[in-house]
Design a binder for this molecule. Structure first.
Ligand code: COA
Length: 174
């Protein structure tokens, strides 16, 4: 089955909110928070969904305005883990950050989320600090990670071009 990455729309919100609750539990964003995020797209936000077999298997969001980008969220449905969907979404966000002129991208990840940290390290993010009590209501700490996006490494072509771009077919899972 092929995987499609495409921009998230309002019609996706019920499915995304259900996945958000499944993956993040008590720390999940509410449907209203997700909706507020989409209000800011495309000006400062870039949200993608990964669709497989007509269902949303994952999603991710970038804050990209100015030279500094931020990976706001990244989630894959548990039954789809380990097949490269998280990597494809992250690469697509990084490509968009480059297109928007960001020269560095930050993210926060729970200090006990070793799986996600492995994914980020594989994509050249390095630790730059700790935010104590960042996650609520658990009070869990966040590791802050950063990846430089050197000028001159811009992705070729407009948004949507490339193997992992929105609307593109990564070939994963086929
Ligand atoms: C973290 C998360 C997004 C990773 O998503 P994913 O789709 O499983 O990520 P990937 O498949 O790209 O990579 C994960 C593993 O699969 C392996 N993998 C990648 N592509 C693969 C493929 N085509 N075939 C088999 N394995 C593959 C990778 O080697 C990696 O293994 P490793 O972590 O042991 O090195 C997902 O686990 C998740 O949603 N977790 C809960 C939410 C969360 O923690 N989000 C991050 C918040 S900061």
């Amino acid at each position: 089955m092929s995987l499609i990455l495409r921009p998230m729309t309002r019609a996706d919100l019920p499915e995304v909110a259900a996945l958000e609750a499944e993956v993040f539990g008590e720390e999940a964003w509410t449907p209203q928070m997700l909706s507020d995020e989409l209000d800011q797209q495309p000006a400062s936000r870039y949200y993608l969904v990964a669709v497989e077999g007509g269902r949303i298997a994952g999603y991710a969001g970038l804050l990209g305005a100015g030279w500094q980008g931020d990976v706001l969220t990244l989630a894959v449905a548990t039954g789809h883990w380990g097949r490269g969907i998280g990597s494809a979404l992250l690469e697509a966000l990084l490509a968009e950050a480059r297109r928007r002129g960001c020269t560095e991208v930050f993210l926060e990840v729970r200090t006990d989320n070793h799986r996600a940290q492995r994914l980020y390290r594989r994509h050249d993010f390095t630790e730059v600090g700790i935010r104590r009590g960042y996650y609520q209501p658990s009070g869990a700490d966040a590791l802050v990670m950063r990846r430089a996006l050197p000028p001159g490494a811009e992705a070729a072509g407009p948004a949507g071009a490339g193997a992992a771009g929105p609307g593109g077919d990564t070939g994963e899972g086929s």
